[in-house]
Write a protein that binds this ligand. Structure first.
Ligand SMILES: [Zn+2]
Length: 108
């Protein structure tokens, strides 16, 4: 929904609870806290709206993009380094290394 500021990213239930608390305190404190009731209704309405948009399924293409980005960041470094065996001493060496760490034989 384009609203990404940190203070508005609270869990929707937090807004709903805050709204209920404001309405209740407004009812307890009486007419002097009328503004609290109206504010509570606004906050509760905001919370309910957030709750609805929270549980409405996201657009499939957004999920796909997220998945691709997630996948890419996790598989790229893993593919960059291969592990090989040194032809001389059979130690496990990285394909990015030029010399064997154990016997010093040139690997490539
Ligand atoms: Zn070696």
């Amino acid at each position: 929904m384009g609203i990404q500021q940190a203070p508005l990213n609270l869990h929707p239930a937090t807004w709903a609870i805050a709204g209920i608390v404001l309405i209740l305190s407004g009812l307890v404190l009486g007419p002097s806290f009328d503004i609290g009731v109206w504010l509570g209704i606004l906050v509760l309405g905001w919370g309910v709206w957030r709750l609805v948009s929270w549980y409405v399924p996201q657009k499939p293409e957004n999920r796909y993009e997220h998945h691709v980005a997630h996948h890419a960041t996790h598989t790229k470094p893993r593919h960059a380094i291969h592990y090989l065996r040194c032809g001389n001493c059979r130690s496990i060496v990285r394909s990015t290394d030029y010399y064997c760490w154990k016997c010093g034989k040139r690997l490539r």
